[in-house]
Design a binder for this molecule. Structure first.
Ligand SMILES: Nc1ncnc2c1ncn2[C@@H]1O[C@H](COP(=O)(O)OP(=O)(O)OP(=O)(O)O)[C@@H](O)[C@H]1O
Length: 863
């Protein structure tokens, strides 16, 4: 067995020899290299084993008893998963090591490591001169996956295993058994460097008879100082104690995490997903949803889970892509567009996000049954061309001619049954509709009830009930009557037009009509009970004019929550399943002849399964993680809440960064979504992103935005105070010069944050640096101006203030704080977000509106 996990006997008295010298460093790197070599040799053995198993299983899969085949099936699956994971080339596969004192009770866990957190009473001895000494009893290496040697001794402990927790939790104040914590940086199979933290500086410790070396100043600072790219890195080698508590918190009920900018909330949320999967893979595989505010943040963070070995297990979705109701509908016409490229101004967003919209939509979903053309989809339209050519022209043999002429639903039903004419007039039809709508079922699912009530009414009108005294005879006659009428195309066509199948997009588009929306929001009567004011009605209706009548067209992120609500209110009628016709199938049951190996080969990958779940409109996730939770509007909370009715939750956010103007309304909707589940609250207090100089400036805005809120403590300082520059007469040139200067100063990215309304202009100003040729007049949608690879293209990003959420850049230029602050009632908090994006340097550019002083410091940022 390897020495790395052995109990070391020798005792040593000297303190750390040659601490931090090159000789000691090289020696320690060689030590770790030897261990890494062993790990890779073992991984290669495992890969060969897995390949052999797969091969063997494929050959043997066609014979054997059902039990043996099922067992073989399971083996193959396990081997496949293992092989897949081992084949992933991880950078920093092995990244940590802890050297520990003997555990209190000497017990070991299933992974071979001592389980006790506290050291044994005799782990530390005192020499004659009163100096404490200790022997390192156990050394554990920590990595992205657990690796055991042939004797089941851990070569690497999975970072999520209980035995790895001391690597993250130990502090000099509460070191437990940890004497030395080491972060190992490697690339591929080569160890590049080691950085140590000494957690028991009071001890003289020895390992295998040698003094314990301490190299470097700790890994955290090294990690924080590195240049940023366009994707987030995992923090697995330097998770801090307060973060680790959140990551490993038990997943029952709701885990709420608050913390200021840069405290690692997003990082913690992602690592928590990986931890939960490790903890209980069966429960969580494919069933964790991470909700992010913007597609930019999704793109920024989606590489983290694969780097933690969790590819395809977790769905990360932007709020604008969460609802299938926003997908271009199969039958609802072309040009639907997915995602959320349109932008709603704050005043519009405020109304669309408000909980009051739930009431409006309830009315809209019902009111839309009487919409005029272009008509709803009907059977005549099931050719899928979506042109509605059958609608409005349905001929009911004189049925409802008036309604048809007006382009609305028929208001008149006339049928011939048992040789007699029977009619239902507009008033009767209205009554029936109201009776149906008094139910609570989704509107599209009410059609069967509507059909039944129509038949009841026709039966009554035919005089049927009066004609038969004998109940049995009456029942028989009624059955025959129903069958007669219900099979008439006149009747079925009438029903399709009178109770059309509505799509969420079509109903949303119908809200672009101001008068109609006023009716649906009770604003027509100018008084009591109205849900939206006339002004709000106008704002919403105007914003929806970008949609075609069938609802195709660009959506804003706020529209998506409305569509999702409508989807719930309308429901999807069950359709008969289409089955690929294969006559042999039914005759012989041939599909049973496929082998287990065949079925394994055609087994969908995790990613495919996840995609399929999404296509099926999965709404029952086992765990939902909400990032930037402070920004969800009440309507978005309802949408997210529907995806986690039975779930446990992790909710991370920072109220001080909220761009939503009515926090109380959002809090109520959040409570509704999370239900009465008990909550566990955590607070993160250290800012790992911003240097102290940047954090100090941002704190001035925080004091204005949320007086009394304590900002997180910045963990490092760069000595570079923020720069202030006045935009002057040629703002484009000033901005370009500043961006060029910063590109020369930092190795990584430069983010330029402007007011939402200024995005197009800023893109033009910076086109020569970003390689973006969008013209100024265009609606820039999600507005990223990232060019291709190379210098400086690909390093400069232009963002609207609301898009900067969650992102970070080596250097940030914030253009006109006043413009950003004035854009919405939550503008100061949005400005706070903009000012907290930089990891190295910050420049603030001021226009006239900022009222800069002689040093160029804008009014809002002065002391
Ligand atoms: N323990 C850590 N070790 C190394 N880097 C860390 C650690 N914790 C956080 N960071 C880094 O700090 C930066 C900020 O982290 P993150 O984006 O998760 O913070 P946040 O709280 O979500 O910020 P915001 O509220 O502004 O979105 C990231 O670059 C992250 O990698």
């Amino acid at each position: 067995m390897a020495a790395h996990n052995a109990t070391h006997a020798a005792s040593v008295t000297s303190r750390h020899a040659e601490p931090g010298t090159e000789g000691a460093r090289d020696r320690e790197i060689r030590v770790e290299q030897r261990h890494l070599n062993r790990v890779y040799r073992r991984l290669e053995e495992k890969i060969h084993e897995a390949e052999y198993l797969m091969d063997d299983a494929a050959k043997g899969g066609q014979v054997g008893t059902p039990g043996a085949l099922a067992e073989r099936d399971a083996q193959v699956f396990r081997a496949g998963v293992h092989l897949n994971r081992l084949n992933n080339e991880f950078e920093d596969f092995l990244f940590g090591r802890i050297d520990l004192l003997l555990g209190k009770d000497g017990k070991r866990g299933p992974d071979g490591a001592y389980t006790s957190v506290e050291p044994a009473d005799d782990a530390v001895r005192t020499d004659a001169a009163g100096e404490p000494h200790a022997d390192i009893a156990e050394t554990l290496h920590i990595g992205r996956l657990g690796v055991l040697d042939a004797e089941y001794t851990p070569l690497v402990i999975d970072w999520r295993a209980p035995a790895a927790a001391p690597f993250y939790r130990a502090t000099p104040v509460a070191p437990g058994r940890v004497v030395r914590r080491r972060v190992i940086r490697s690339k591929g199979r080569k160890v590049l460097s080691v950085e140590d933290d000494l957690l028991r500086p009071e001890l003289t410790a020895s390992l295998d008879g040698e003094p314990l070396s301490i190299i470097g100043d700790g890994a955290l600072m090294a990690a924080l100082g590195r240049a940023r790219g366009h994707t987030m890195r995992d923090i697995v080698s330097s998770i801090q104690a307060e973060q680790d508590l959140v990551i490993r918190a038990p997943a029952n009920s709701v885990t709420e995490v608050e913390g200021g900018p840069g405290t690692g909330k997003t990082a913690v949320a992602l690592h928590r997903a990986a931890y939960l999967l490790y903890q209980d893979r069966r429960r969580y595989a494919g069933g964790i949803l991470i909700v992010s505010p913007t597609p930019l943040l999704v793109a920024y963070t989606e590489g983290v889970l694969p780097s933690l070995g969790e590819e395809g297990q977790v769905a990360i979705r932007a709020l604008g892509s969460l609802s299938e109701a926003a997908e271009p509908s199969e039958r609802g016409g072309a040009g639907g567009g997915s995602g959320a490229p349109a932008y709603d101004e704050p005043a519009v967003a405020r109304v669309k996000g408000s909980i009051r919209m739930a009431k409006v939509l309830r009315k809209a979903a019902r009111g839309a049954l009487t919409l005029p053309g272009p008509a709803p989809l009907t059977r005549a339209d099931e050719d899928g061309d979506g042109d509605g050519d059958g609608d409005g022209q349905l001929s009911f043999d004189g049925l409802g001619a008036e309604g048809q002429r007006a382009g609305g639903p028929p208001d008149h039903l006339r049928v011939v049954a048992f040789g007699a004419r029977i009619e239902l007039d507009a008033q009767k039809l209205r009554q029936i509709r109201q009776a149906v709508l008094s139910g609570t079922a989704p509107v599209n699912l009410m059609r069967p009830r509507a059909r039944r009530l129509l038949l009841d009414a026709l039966w009554s009108a035919s005089g049927g009930p009066r004609r038969y005294q004998d109940p049995e005879l009456a029942a028989e006659a009624r059955e025959a009557f129903d069958e007669d009428i219900a099979t008439e195309t006149e009747f079925t066509d009438f029903l399709t037009a009178w109770w059309p199948e509505l799509t969420p997009r079509r109903v949303l588009a119908a809200m672009a009509d101001e008068k109609r929306l006023a009716r649906w929001s009770g604003a027509g009567g100018g008084g009591r009970g109205r849900v939206l004011t006339q002004r709000e009605v106008r704002l919403v209706a105007r914003s929806l004019r970008r949609l075609a009548p069938d609802g195709s067209g660009p959506l804003s992120v706020h529209d998506v929550a409305l569509l999702d609500e409508l989807h719930t209110l309308l429901g999807t009628p069950a359709r008969p399943r289409r089955r690929e016709a294969d006559p042999l199938d039914q005759l012989t049951g041939l599909e049973e002849l496929s082998t287990y190996a065949d079925r394994f080969a055609s087994r969908p990958s995790q990613a495919e399964r996840l995609e399929r779940l999404r296509d099926e409109g999965r709404t029952d996730y086992a765990h939902v993680i909400v990032d930037e939770a402070q920004d969800l509007t009440p309507m978005q909370w309802r949408m997210v809440g529907r995806r986690g009715r039975q779930a446990t939750w992790t909710v991370v956010g920072d109220p001080a960064q909220s761009s939503w103007s009515d926090p109380d309304e959002a809090a109520a909707a959040r409570d509704e979504a999370l239900g009465t589940r008990p909550r566990r609250r955590f607070q993160l207090t250290v800012n790992y992103r911003n240097p102290a100089e940047v954090a100090e400036l941002a704190a001035r805005v925080l004091a204005l935005a949320m007086p009394g809120t304590v900002p997180p403590t910045a963990v490092r300082s760069t000595g570079l105070t923020p720069r202030f520059v006045v935009l002057g007469d040629d703002p484009g040139a000033v901005l370009r010069a500043e961006v060029r200067r910063l590109l020369a100063e930092v190795d990584g990215t430069v983010g330029v944050v402007v007011a939402m309304e200024r995005r197009a202009q800023a893109r033009v100003w910076l086109a020569e640096l970003t390689g973006d040729d969008t013209d100024a007049g265009a609606d820039v949608g999600v507005g990223v101006g990232v060019g291709g690879a190379g210098e400086p293209r690909g390093r400069v990003v232009v963002l609207g203030s609301l898009e900067a959420k969650g992102l970070e850049y080596d250097a940030t230029v914030v253009v006109s704080p006043a413009e950003i602050a004035d854009e919405s009632p939550a503008g100061l908090r949005v400005l706070y977000v903009a000012l907290t994006r930089a990891t190295q340097q910050l420049t603030v550019l001021s226009g006239e509106r900022d009222d800069p002083d002689a040093a160029g410091v804008p009014d809002l940022l002065r002391d």
